[in-house]
Structures are given as C-alpha cells and as structure tokens.
Design a protein around this ligand. Structure first.
Ligand code: OAD
Length: 266
C-alpha cells in the first residue's frame, strides 16, 4: 500500500504520526467522506435513481416535512434501505483500534461525527453524533422517542422492507420523523457541548472526510486552532481551509490505517 503513495504524502503521514504521538488530547471530526468507501454516497455527490431530481435540502428541512411529510419520510426510508447492509471500512476500523489502544496509553480521544449512519459503532468505536441517528425516530410534534426502527431486526439479506407509510405518535397523533438534525434546526445540546469542549481543549484536531461547509460543526476546527491546537485534514479533495497544518490528501481508508500503524511503531 505504501508503494502506491507519493513520497511526499508518506512523509506527511509520518509527520502527523510523530506529532500525534507527543500529544494527549485529540479531537476527531468525521463527515460523509469516511463512509464513502463503505458505499454510502456523500452529501455533495449527486443523488441517483428515484431521488435524482431532489437535493438533500429539499427533503431534509422542517418546512419540507411540514409541506409533504410523506415525501421526506419516503426518502429516509429509502436511505435506510440503502444503508442497512453497509459495513465499516478500514478507516472506521483504524479509528476503533486507536480508540481501543488509547485506553492503555495516555491519550484521550474524542470522536465526533456528522454522520447519521452507525458505522463507527459497528466497528466498535464510541462516538458522539452531532446530526442525529438514521435509525432512531421521534414524534415531530411532541418529540417523544418512537420505538427503535427495524434496524434491530435487520436480517443481513436486505429483505426487510422499510415501508414508506407514515406513522403517527401514540401520545399526540403527530407524525413520526427520523431523529436527525435537519437544515435550520439546532444541534442536540449535550452532544454539541461534548464537541465544543473537546475542540476547545484538544492539542490536535483531525478533520476527516468533511467538506467543512455546514456550521456549526465546521467551526470546531477553528475553535481548536484558536486555542492553539494543530489541525490535520484527511480528504482526497482537500478543502480550502487555511487553518490546516498537515494535509493528508488521500482516502481515509488508506490514510487512517497507515497513520495508526505508524503511531504504534514509534
Ligand atoms: P460532504 O458530502 O459535504 O463532504 C464529503 C467530503 O468527503 C468531501 O470533502 C469529499 O472530498 C470527502 N471525501 C470523499 N471521499 C472520501 C474518502 N474516501 N475519504 C475521505 N474523504 C472523502 O459531507 P459532510 O461534510 O459530512 O448535515 O456534510 C456535512 C453535513 O452536510 C452533513 O452531516 C449533512 C449535510 O447536509 C445534516 O444532515 C444536518
């Protein structure tokens, strides 16, 4: 694998590993790019098939749900169907390994994700979800959590069908919606606090597979930088982020296993 990477990139990975080895408080923020190698399209990828004429913004807002709840719900049921059989890739596994190793080292890792899939959890990581969870539902009106979705009974043959019929709340009769943060909605307070604290207090902030354009999550790297942290970015198409100290311009599934391996060898 090393042979396929340019000497300059390998040198950057080694530099990042050296830096990380000397630091204790690390904050990691992942975005859709980390799940791309598992077969889940990113947000900036054009939608395909049934939904190609819609943008995520047209389906994932409180206004869209109020206007046409069935349309939004159908889209999420379709997304559930398409994500249900997806598995963590080497990037998720490397982070889980690093987190596991940190239990016996002096490092303190805080893993934050903007993703609503559960691939970090599937790989064994502990993660804070800033934008909600694709597999949870709640009432759009009274907010009461709805029973877990069919994820638990998913049988790995992709035979469970995620019906697009709307469900109503047994308490107030409001429509059930996915427990996901939509455009224009506030982030969950507890999760945001964890992210803000970790960004404020970290010595190194690592941004992985995110276009860094959706705030407030995109502001976490700036917060870390203001407080003296080094910023590392892992993205095959690096963002125009001027606060980045080390850019690792390759897929997360290639860089992260290498980075973790480098650290263990130091
Ligand atoms: P985006 O789709 O905006 O960006 C994905 C990023 O991943 C891009 O910068 C890609 O270059 C990069 N990428 C692609 N493949 C990669 C790979 N194999 N390894 C590493 N990086 C790769 O996704 P997010 O930044 O996560 O919000 O989007 C942020 C938020 O915008 C989402 O959480 C969602 C969306 O609207 C909500 O749902 C509230």
């Amino acid at each position: 694998m090393l042979a396929e990477l340019s000497p300059a990139l390998i040198a950057e990975v080694k530099l990042a590993a050296k830096l990380l080895k000397t630091k204790q408080r690390i904050c990691l923020l992942t975005g859709a790019g980390i799940s791309a190698e598992s077969g889940i399209p990113t947000f900036r990828d054009k939608q395909t098939g049934l939904w190609e004429n819609y943008t995520a913004e047209e389906l994932a807002t409180p206004e869209a749900f109020a206007r046409d709840p069935k349309l939004s719900w159908s889209w999420y049921q379709w997304r559930r169907q398409s994500v249900a059989d997806k598995k963590p890739n080497p990037a998720h596994h490397a982070l889980a390994q690093w987190q596991y190793d940190s239990q016996t080292s002096a490092q303190q890792l805080t893993l934050i994700t903007q993703n609503v899939d559960d691939l970090h959890e599937q790989s064994g990581s502990t993660v804070t979800h800033l934008h909600g969870n694709l597999w949870r539902n709640r009432c759009n009106q009274c907010g009461v959590p709805h029973q877990n979705h069919a994820r638990d009974s998913y049988d790995n043959d992709n035979t469970v069908q995620f019906e697009d019929t709307l469900i109503t709340c047994s308490h107030c009769d409001g429509y059930i919606r996915p427990d996901i943060v939509w455009f224009g909605e506030a982030l969950p307070m507890k999760e945001w606090q964890i992210a803000e604290d970790a960004a404020n207090n970290c010595e190194v902030f690592i941004s992985i597979g995110t276009s860094s354009i959706v705030y407030p999550a995109a502001g976490l790297a700036q917060l870390a930088k203001q407080n003296g942290a080094h910023v590392i970015e892992i993205n095959p198409n690096p963002t125009r982020n001027t606060i980045v100290d080390i850019t690792l311009a390759e897929k997360a599934g290639i860089i992260l296993p290498l980075l973790v391996q480098e650290m263990t060898q130091l």
